[in-house]
Design a protein around this ligand. Structure first.
Ligand code: BGC
Length: 702
């Protein structure tokens, strides 16, 4: 560590003001015309270092060589400080894994770690050493398109995934050439954008900010994340990119973060549009002084910081501090030792059989079985199966948002995967057009309907005002159901859609998210019983759009839902509860919960809570056993339930296992009425549960 600080200080001592400001600048360079800029030391990093944004069809080998060519130009600069190449490696690079929201449905941090380890190996083989991931924005409004990129509505689940993702990207030693520096984004509150419209403002109270939106970022910092991205949004009247309290007081002074902060795309310059800066010079000064070390793409730092220093708006010490943080991460990433990438690695490290296998496992583990009337699934004894719907021939449509480097041709199309996996003797018919499908349905024994959202309908700024299925799909489902054959509905989506009527008309429903390049095979294995569904919802599924924002950990209200009479919180036209609660998901077997035990009626430091979970069905299956708590009386109102822990277990038919959790006093901390953080003695409820609306209930006193 001291070696790092010594090297950083030595370099700082040799740098001119222009060279320092260069390190704070992250331009986007296409091809090689920007080489002069690099030779002059005017960039510390390059974003999207190669390839078109779509990523389709560029040559991997050239990509590493292109990064190397850019790097050589930077090494020719006076001090030869290497560049850090950054790119959005969100759910895999060439091997496309399920979207992060789907990954959360696995309730399996180790899976997330393995996915990102592979993503790091593939991306680093191309010269990329920095990813703008994981996205840790708690999302409770499914209209917001970026809900696809994060881990859902819950702070504990997101925090666990945050730590796992950082470990996966960075490993124990981020200087290894097959690792990426991670970037926890978008700090903070971005998922609360008003109306689910991306880039809008959010008003979040201090306790909610601290107890709901901060924890995942704090977990990433504790896991050693190298960088943080400031959000686009205006939070409580102060854009995150100019927010000194968030970026310095909280992030650095409270949490001890010592990496660097990068702005989001042009968000430094956008401080002018926010109406908080006079001009770009003012914007640059505000952002730098708030704690944004690197300016992504806007160019305002490069253009204006020297003058800002000369006129005293920014101090040299402030510039030095930002440079120090960036150089520190470059040192930790081993860039001074290994600035170049061996182009041969692209041949061996990309899209390996092992990576594909993990992609299939991930897709399989994360699909959620929502309904399975009379055990329609797995499909057995159906001779003629019609597979219909807009996704019948899907390949790249299974990838989801942010797959710049994924190639549709790498995915086995759904129809082919079904043919390969269906039992011998099954007649599979495929129809992507509704009229053809309807006419065929009359002759089929069962129908699998593949519906949902195209990836372009989720992700950045892909917000919707209507959470229903895309136009026409519900009509198709209704017409198909009217024919009277058993219908299995499979929904591909980047968000929890409001599919109440569709679910009512199908006998079985699988929520498949955007499952990545092995999604088709994973789905076929589940449908035909070679795999058992194990995913659980990381978000509450709404009945209608009007329920948004929707989340299980809401406050009780003075007139709670369970109270008597008409004057309780509700909608006149719709139940308040979600269609399916957070944590929900079925299996091909069933589980019973019994015999809740608490090690004591009083918590003294810790408390052990356990229950007996039994596989009461006829197949082996996995269950995600969840621990929830409610603090019954607080100096501020407390959520009706909060997830505190979970365990995924696999049980053979008839097998019973006692699952036990250790709850610690610090798990009960929150932001109290006086603004301090800690626990409050009193009564607590506790549940061991299959999801947020059920479970065995106990009580203890702290
Ligand atoms: C997004 C970020 C992303 C960046 C770089 C922005 O538009 O908000 O999440 O990392 O672009 O591609």
């Amino acid at each position: 560590m001291n070696d790092v600080e010594d090297r950083v200080n030595t370099l700082l001592g040799q740098m001119t003001l222009e060279e320092k400001i260069g390190q704070l600048n992250q331009p986007m360079i296409h091809g090689l015309p920007g080489l002069d800029l690099l030779r002059q030391g005017k960039a510390g990093s390059i974003i999207n270092a190669f390839g078109a944004l779509s990523g389709q069809g560029f040559d991997h080998l050239n990509s590493a060589e292109q990064c190397n060519a850019l790097q050589r130009a930077a090494l020719e600069s006076r001090l030869g400080i290497p560049l850090l190449f950054g790119r959005d490696i969100i759910h895999g690079q060439r091997t496309v894994f399920p979207i992060p929201l789907a990954q959360a449905a696995g309730f399996n941090p180790s899976l997330v770690e393995q996915i990102n380890q592979i993503a790091a190996r593939e991306a680093s083989a191309l010269g990329i050493r920095w990813t703008f991931a994981p996205m840790l924005d708690i999302a409770r409004d499914a209209r917001w398109g970026r809900i696809a990129e994060g881990y859902g509505e819950d702070p504990l689940l997101t925090s666990r995934m945050a730590a796992a993702a950082v470990r996966g990207f960075q490993g124990d030693d981020v200087s290894q050439p097959d690792r990426l520096v991670a970037c926890a984004k978008h700090y903070v509150g971005y998922g609360a954008a008003e109306g689910g419209r991306d880039y809008e403002q959010a008003e979040i109270s201090e306790p909610t900010l601290r107890d709901v939106y901060f924890p995942p970022f704090r977990a990433a910092v504790a896991a050693g994340v190298g960088t943080i991205m400031s959000a686009f949004l205006d939070l409580n009247g102060m854009p995150a990119t100019a927010n000194r309290r968030l970026l310095t007081d909280v992030l650095r002074n409270e949490w001890g973060f010592d990496g660097f902060v990068v702005s989001d795309w042009e968000s430094v310059g956008e401080l002018v549009q926010h109406g908080i800066a006079e001009d770009r010079a003012h914007a640059a000064a505000l952002a730098l002084r708030a704690g944004v070390d690197m300016d992504m793409v806007s160019g305002a730092y490069l253009e204006t910081l020297a003058e800002n220093v000369r006129c005293g708006r920014v101090t040299l010490a402030e510039i030095d501090e930002a440079v120090r943080r960036i150089l520190r991460i470059k040192c930790r990433a081993g860039l001074f030792e290994h600035p170049l990438t061996d182009p041969e690695r692209a041949i061996h490290d990309i899209l390996t059989p092992k990576a594909r296998e993990l992609a299939r496992q991930a897709a399989s583990e994360t699909m959620v079985l929502l309904k399975n009337e009379r055990h329609l699934l797995p499909l057995r004894d159906f001779r003629r199966i019609l597979v219909a719907g807009p996704f019948v021939y899907a390949t790249g449509e299974l990838f989801g948002t942010w797959t710049m480097d994924g190639r549709a041709g790498d995915a086995v199309p759904l129809d082919q995967a079904f043919q390969a996996i269906a039992p011998a003797g099954t007649d599979l018919w495929f129809a992507a057009a509704p009229d053809l499908a309807l006419s065929r349905a009359h002759y089929a024994d069962a129908v699998v309907l593949l519906v949902g959202e195209h990836p372009a309908r989720s992700g950045e700024n892909a917000n919707v005002s209507d959470l229903g299925l895309p136009p026409g799909q519900l009509e198709w489902i209704t017409a198909m159901a009217a024919i009277g054959k058993p219908v299995v509905l499979v929904v591909f989506a980047g968000r929890p859609l409001a599919i109440t009527r569709a679910v009512a008309q199908a006998q079985a429903v699988i929520y498949a998210w955007h499952p990545g390049l092995e999604g088709a095979a994973a789905l076929a294995e589940i449908l035909f019983g070679l795999a058992t569904p194990t995913g659980r919802l990381p978000v509450s599924m709404p009945r209608t759009t009007g329920q948004a924002p929707l989340y299980y950990a809401h406050k009780p209200s003075g007139r709670p839902l369970e109270a008597d009479g008409p004057f309780r919180t509700r909608y006149v036209d719709m139940p308040t509860a979600p269609l399916f609660p957070f944590g929900y998901g079925l299996s091909y077997t069933s589980f019973s919960y019994s015999d809740l035990r608490l090690s004591s009626a009083h918590m003294r430091g810790t408390l052990e809570i356990s229950a007996l979970i039994t596989n009461t069905g006829e197949r082996t299956g996995s269950e995600v056993v969840q621990l929830y708590v409610r603090d019954l009386v607080g100096s501020l109102t407390r959520p009706v339930r909060e997830l505190k822990d979970f365990q995924r277990i696999t049980l053979q038919p008839g097998e019973a296992r006692r699952v036990s959790f250790i709850l610690r006093e610090e798990d009960l901390t929150f932001t109290r009425a006086d603004g301090s953080w800690g626990v409050e003695p009193g009564r607590f409820k506790v549940w061991i549960a299959p999801h947020a609306e059920a479970g065995l209930e106990g009580e203890f006193i702290l």
